[in-house]
Unconditional design. Structure first.
Length: 101
């Protein structure tokens, strides 16, 4: 897993980003029409959760994702890891896929 590989490098900072799908663009239309699509936001949260689960280094964690009004970025990743994973898990289960698109 990517998180495991990052951990072996013992980084001081780990940052993540995400793709935003804007209404009326060709990309969002492709996502809506894909045979096996899941909501891009839910998929992104799931991937970020999986990454966080496998990240085992005490670093500053920087992400552009806001979950339930909370910014997940900050120092002391290992001290906050369980809360970050729980927030990502809760957000993906609370998300209405159609509304998120």
């Amino acid at each position: 897993m990517c998180g495991s590989i990052f951990s072996k490098c013992n980084p001081a900072v780990v940052g993540t980003g995400g793709l935003v799908l804007f209404p009326g663009t060709p990309l969002i239309e492709e996502v809506k029409q894909a045979d096996s699509h899941r909501c891009q936001k839910v998929r992104c949260w799931g991937e970020l959760k999986l990454f966080a689960e496998h990240l085992n280094c005490d670093c500053s964690f920087i992400t552009h994702h806001t979950i339930s009004g909370r910014n997940l970025s900050g120092p002391d990743f290992m001290g906050r890891k369980e809360k970050i994973i729980a927030a990502l898990d809760q957000q993906s289960s609370d998300t209405d896929i159609e509304a998120a698109l």
